[in-house]
Structure formats: structure tokens, C-alpha cells
Ligand binder design. Structure first.
Ligand code: ARG
Length: 297
């Protein structure tokens, strides 16, 4: 391989290029196919940072709720412009984190697991999500142990990757497996900044993921390497802007606008990154994925 084979990639990347990746480059990036999705979202009408339950939250930082709403509307309209269905779960006054709809539960193959939140400040959100599930024909099933929905339970193909260590209780994984009938792979998170699995790992399609290795225990990293040998590994800089908190339809990847190196990695793999500025919601420790519950029905 000569340098011209990888023109346009930084020198550090050249050394890391495996023969397999180089081959792929010669053929050009893979063509990716989008699939129409169904999402549920909650407007940040009542969003603010009035308590701190993760290291990103600082109650002394001012929050512009109107700006949060406008930024969130951009995310909503981007999904709709791509043809996806977005349903709205009504926000509830006094539940400022409800905008992070992903945490409300997990709906897959007609089975619905409703969240059981780790912190009392968010506990009330579960009832709103259970009601939405019932109203949409899903019977909300509760777990005995804490589970924070799609914050920690990510569907990849016909498997669920499940985080634990900060929010979702390891013991809830078996309950989720039982309710959904899907195999669950448990992954231990070890860095409090990456307290939910969706802050440390992104699902790009049914077989492709990206992740930030330092957020995981050695055992979890070994599991990921075995399951996804071609996974994209993201840089610390991108992980620290919550760059992994993305939503992909199999082609378009809606992602934090400032995770620029990750955007280039995504594009190189044949996906189409679409940057969204959610600076206000970042102050609560969340971004694109946190605001989006995918309904896999
Ligand atoms: N402030 C919220 C919390 O700490 C943010 C949740 C982000 N959601 C997510 N899916 N990671 O619970």
C-alpha cells in the first residue's frame, strides 16, 4: 500500500490502517440502506438543570429553555424530513429530564419494558411512559430492578446490548431478556461520565457499532471485540462531547454536530452523518439518542 491509497487520511491513521480496511477503501465506502423508523420524543418544555445526577450537570450553569426547544424541534423535523414517524409523549411539569425520552423504556417486537429510574427526581417519568405505551397498544411490563430503558438497553439486530454500573441494575438484564425474549449481552460501564450505555456506544445498523473503549471494563471490551471486530472506536475528544449519542436509520446518522472526527469515521464507513446542535440538552448530560426512544415494533 502506498500513501496515495489513503490520500486524505491523517498520517496517524495510515499506520493504523489494516489491510482489510485498505481493501475497503479501494472499493470505496459501502453503500448503506436506510430503513424507516418509529420514534417517540418529548419536548423540552420544562427542561432545566435543577439537580445534578450525572457529572455533566451543573445547577449553576444557566439553561436557555427556549433555545433547547428550538434545537429539539430541529431534531424532530430532521427525522420527519427523512420520512420517519415521530410520536410525542407529553412533557410533564416538574420532570425536567423527561426530554430524554430514550430512558422511558424499551419497546421491541411488541413487548414493552417501562423504566424504573435510579434517582427519585426522575421516578415520575415512568408513569407517563407507561401511559403512553398503554395508549399505543403496548402492555407496559415493569422490572423489579432499576432499568433506564434505552439509555442502557440498545437493540443491535436481534440482540440487546445492556449497560450496567451506574444506572441500570445488572439484575434487570435477566428480566429484560425474559420479557423481550431477546438475548442480552451485559456490558459494565466504569467511567461516571459515561453513565448510560448510549453515551459510550452507538448502534449504526444491525451489525455495526461504534464505541469508546475506556468507558468499559476489560471484560466488556473483550465481549465487544468478539461480537463486533470491525467496530469503530471513537476518540476521547468525540466521546467528551457525547459524540456517541447518535441515532442511525441504517444510513443517516443524526449526531452531535461537534463530534467532527467521529463524523468523518462514519462517512468513511459509508454512512451519512447529519450534525445536530443540542448544546442546551448537553447541559443535562444528553444529546440526540437520549432524546429519542425507538419503537422496534
Ligand atoms: N439528566 C439525565 C440523567 O442524568 C440525562 C439522561 C440522558 N439520557 C440518556 N439516554 N443517556 O438521567
Amino acid at each position: 500500500m502506498t500513501i496515495s491509497d489513503v490520500a486524505g487520511t491523517p498520517a496517524s491513521d495510515v499506520a493504523a490502517t489494516t489491510p482489510r480496511r485498505a481493501e475497503r477503501r479501494e472499493r470505496g465506502p459501502r453503500t448503506r440502506t436506510p430503513r424507516l423508523r418509529r420514534y417517540a420524543m418529548t419536548a423540552p418544555t420544562f427542561f432545566t438543570v435543577s439537580y445534578a445526577i450525572n457529572p455533566w450537570m451543573d445547577t449553576s450553569t444557566p439553561v436557555d429553555t427556549d433555545l433547547a426547544v428550538r434545537q429539539w424541534e430541529t431534531l424532530l423535523s430532521t427525522y420527519r424530513a427523512l420520512g420517519h414517524t415521530v410520536e410525542l409523549v407529553e412533557p410533564v411539569a416538574g420532570l425536567p429530564d423527561m426530554v430524554y425520552a430514550a430512558n422511558g423504556g424499551l419497546i421491541v417486537d411488541g413487548k414493552a419494558v417501562v423504566a424504573r429510574f435510579a434517582y427519585p427526581q426522575r421516578a415520575g417519568e415512568a408513569a407517563a411512559h407507561a401511559e403512553w405505551m398503554s395508549g399505543n397498544g403496548f402492555e407496559p411490563r415493569h422490572t423489579r430492578h432499576t432499568n433506564e430503558g434505552q439509555g442502557d438497553l440498545l437493540v443491535v439486530g436481534s440482540r440487546i446490548l445492556a449497560g450496567y454500573g451506574f444506572r441500570t441494575d445488572h439484575r434487570a438484564h435477566a428480566e429484560v431478556e425474559q420479557i423481550t425474549g431477546l438475548p442480552v449481552t451485559s456490558l459494565e460501564l466504569v467511567d461516571p461520565r459515561f453513565y448510560h450505555l448510549d453515551t459510550a456506544l452507538a448502534v449504526l445498523d444491525d451489525t455495526t457499532i461504534a464505541y469508546y473503549p475506556p468507558a468499559f471494563s476489560d471484560e466488556a471490551r473483550a465481549r465487544l471485540q468478539k461480537l463486533f471486530p470491525d467496530a469503530i472506536e471513537v476518540s476521547t475528544a468525540d466521546a467528551y462531547v457525547l459524540g456517541l449519542n447518535v441515532v442511525s436509520d441504517g444510513k443517516h446518522v443524526l449526531m452531535p454536530a461537534n463530534a467532527t472526527t467521529f463524523a468523518a469515521q462514519i462517512a468513511n464507513a459509508g454512512f451519512e452523518p447529519i450534525g445536530i446542535d443540542l448544546s442546551e440538552l448537553f447541559k443535562g448530560g444528553g444529546s440526540v439518542k437520549c432524546c429519542t426512544l425507538e419503537v422496534y415494533s
